[in-house]
Design a protein around this ligand. Sequence first.
Ligand code: AMP
Length: 638
Amino acid sequence: MSDGENAPEVVVGIDLGTTNSLLALASGGQPALVTDADGAPVAFPSAVSYAGDSVLVGRAALERAPLAPEATILSVKRLMGQSLAELSPAVQRHFSVNLVEGGSEGRSHVEIEIEGKRRTPQEVSAQILAELKRRAEAGLGHPVTKAVVTVPAYFDDAQRQATRDAGKMAGLEVLRIINEPTAASLAYGLGGKEAEGVIAVYDLGGGTFDLSLLRVQAGTFRVLATAGDTHLGGDDVDGILVESALAALAAQGLSSEAVESPRLRAQLRAAAEAAKIELSASEQATLRVKDPTHGVNLELVLTRAELEKAIESLVARTLELCQGAMTSAGLTPDQIDEVVLVGGSTRVPYVRQRVGEFFGREPHTELDPDKVVALGASIQAEILSGKNAADLLLLDVTPLSLGLETFGGGVNKLIMANSGIPTQASVEFTTPQDNVTAISLHVLQGERELVETCRSLAHFKLKIPPMPAGMPKVKVTFLIDADGILRVMASEERSGAETEIEVTPVHGLTDEEVDEIMEESFQHAIADVNLHQLIDLRNESATVIRAASKALTMAGDGLTAAQREPIEAGITALEALCKGDVNAEIKASLEALNDACEPLAELVLDRAVNAALGGKALTELEDAVEHAIQSTVDKGGR
Ligand code: AMP
């Protein structure tokens, strides 16, 4: 290997997959998998096996899995950024290693315990990344220190952060985390500066199905919707064929002991997969299994038509999920401009045909569906390395909205889901009570409108000197940097008080949970918005009533009875309506009170000006003026 100083600076693209991981490099806009010292592509199963002090990675680890299941980790990606409590029983059962809850109080994360030693999913993923790096360096002949790594579109902050940490542990600086469907689209050249439209990325792998709808516009990708099933893929097709084979064997009088034999099962699975793959190229294939110890000698002829019939409902299920994503994005198939296929199972001609029919257009199939994600990542990597003249693409997005708790339990969203990052947003507010000395800030993530239906990310306090209600000018800013880390800054303008926190995700959400959150927010959207509006209207009413009452005490003597009466009646009416939940009535009554207060506001202003001209202290009146002015401004909802 040449020394680092003279080595060319390269940035590689890495598809850190659930089943397989691959590393690619683009040169002059042309992406290709990197080859190792033996000329083989740097691509291998995402498997890690621990044996004492030694670690096996890739095919060697996969081969060891049946011999040492308790020391071999497959599909570690499913654990990234999660706590044990967050993993569904189905996901937990999938693992043959011992999973335990790690971390400290309030910051839990799942850990893998092997031979009494605990490791985080990041450490295990780092082994895979380090092996990719090692093989690529051996092939390229120079160090590889920078990478773009892909993650599923539905990965949340914690899962993305965990992926970035894994890169760091492997000695790789992760310049950018990008979404897998975005990478696949880039591989097909669908992300150019001029490109505009909606892309459907249909990803059917061995164990999972994902559909992503992306809007590409001026070199940026936005995720419009995702849908999927974490337990649907080519393995299920193999399972269906295994069942057919077992039925044929049962007809030949196979013993129940033989049926239970793991060895026979493993053989049947391998033969079923081989026959399935052959049927993608031929009209007919033979599923062959020989197991003399159980007296098995099976030759089952399968036709492509039979396979298609067997997998019809499985494919239909993926299309139902596609329909669900399109409905939630408010799109119809004719609004989809491009369809991209990802994952080995999209090689099945029937899958291609049904997807093409569903979207009403021919899907892109020119590239290897197993490689497109890595290839696309390397295109983005080349752009970031400055070696590709294409304009910088803004690819990262925040998967869920971020906001602050408001008075009464609502959530004020500052940064919406799918915003490109880096990004920042601010909100300003005051205190509704006198002499508040600490403002509690509660940072939340989620799509729903109320605190209890969103995920709590952090609580912190801004200490301020005591002031009358309405005087403090509090400003809270959310800033997500290019690394996806959220910082929240809070300040009070009059006193100069300020504080800041970095919100590191406590743990991640499962895919199912993200889907659930999205689904729930969709179902509850209208009810949530109404309830949120009710909370805001009640808060605003309380502020106006308080300000009007105070102004009446101070300057009410200057009003005529005809001016005073509608204010008093308005306060009583608004107070009564706020006990109910009819938004329109509260809003109308609030507006009426605001109108009625106009002469009072003017009077308070006049007196304030006179007092100022008379050289008197203003502080008390200033406060009332502020409220009076505020009460004449219709702030309108959030
Ligand atoms: P992936 O997870 O994307 O690597 O996809 C792996 C799945 O694709 C496995 O279920 C494979 O059996 C399946 N697969 C790979 N090649 C083919 C093929 N030519 N025809 C049908 N299925 C395939």
